[in-house]
Design a protein around this ligand. Structure first.
Ligand code: ADP
Ligand code: MG
Length: 307
């Protein structure tokens, strides 16, 4: 069986603009139906997911409530692993049952050691959560929250250090070997560091695409499949001369990154993730949409990153 890590975007689960629970459930069911088909086709799946919209919602609830102590970001991240893990685990279990596939799904609450020397701790640049108007942004700044302004308004920025090691690696591998479908490292993982040998959470978020490649390497996956909302990676994205790529080598990918073809907080981490995975011994990585996942696996869709 081909072992594969599938990384799905937070936006594939919840569109924050129309984020009713019913809407989210529908999206999750669609996503899990697709993943069930992949499992039906004989792949051994480890699933990971983003949490951008979800952690944004938790922060918004905390900020607007004012009655309870806000929780630190590692705890918020853990909450999103729980809520999304629950939804995905239940929905995927149901989809498998419908098809008569006798496999169980389980979620592993996953801590990920981050690079303590990352410049992002001094200089946070990862925007998360809601957009705020100027007056509210000033109130938040006064509370010590770092905010930046972009075209849509003000947003909180937080450190996003590089993931270094998955603490629950052995647990995940054991479960996969025992035949479980594992959901792990949700939202990029709960960011932790070691202090005097002991684990402790840090105020940060981790890029789920980068953790995806670490997870794929850790569980010895052959393939890393990154599912997002575009069918292929493009050069000159959004311009008249846009060219969609069927494949790129790690060297080409490096060049394209230098030339600035990929969105910094969106496509670039996916391409880097694919490169990291292939460089660490993975066969190849694929970036595509949920709808194109199956054809991409047989090589007729998506963008492949190869050695
Ligand atoms: P996810 O929630 O799956 O992580 P992102 O929004 O972070 O999704 O990343 C996917 C987005 O990257 C696409 O919707 C697209 O707008 C954007 N993007 C930026 N550069 C490119 C590129 N060169 N080719 C394709 N998509 C790109
Ligand atoms: Mg993203």
């Amino acid at each position: 069986m081909t072992r594969i890590v599938i990384a799905i975007g937070g936006n594939a689960i919840l569109n924050p603009a129309k984020g009713s629970p019913e809407e989210a459930q529908k999206k999750i069911d669609m996503t899990c139906a697709e993943i069930a088909t992949i499992i039906e086709n004989g792949y051994e799946v480890v699933l990971t997911h983003g949490n951008g919209p979800q952690i944004g919602n938790i922060l918004a609830m905390q900020e607007e409530c004012g009655l309870v102590h806000p929780q630190p970001l590692d705890v918020c991240g853990a909450q999103t692993q729980g809520m999304l893990g629950y939804s995905l685990q239940q929905s995927l279990d149901n989809r498998l049952k419908e098809r008569g596939i006798n496999k169980r799904v389980t979620t592993v609450l996953t801590q990920v050691i981050v690079d303590e020397s990352s410049p992002s701790f001094e200089n946070p640049t990862k925007p998360i959560g809601l957009y705020y108007q100027n007056f509210r942004a000033q109130e938040m700044t006064a509370l010590g929250i770092r905010m930046i302004k972009d075209t849509h308004g003000y947003r909180r920025v937080v450190p996003s250090p590089e993931p270094v090691q998955i603490i629950e690696e052995e647990t995940i591998k054991k479960l996969v070997s025992d035949g479980f479908i594992v959901i792990a490292a949700g939202g990029g993982g709960i960011p932790v560091i070691r202090k005097n040998g002991l684990l402790t959470g840090v105020e940060a978020v981790i890029d789920k695409d980068l953790t995806g490649s670490l997870l794929a390497a850790s569980v010895g996956a052959e393939l890393l499949l990154i599912l997002t909302d575009v069918d292929k990676v493009s050069l000159n994205y959004g311009k008249d001369n846009q060219t969609d790529l069927d494949k790129m080598t790690t060297r080409e990918a490096e060049e394209y990154i230098k030339e600035g073809h990929f969105g910094k907080g969106s496509m670039e981490p996916k391409v880097r993730s694919g490169m990291n995975f292939v460089k660490s011994g993975g066969k190849y990585a694929i970036i595509t949409s949920l709808e194109k996942a199956l054809p991409a696996l047989v090589g007729t869709a998506g963008t492949r990153i190869i050695r």
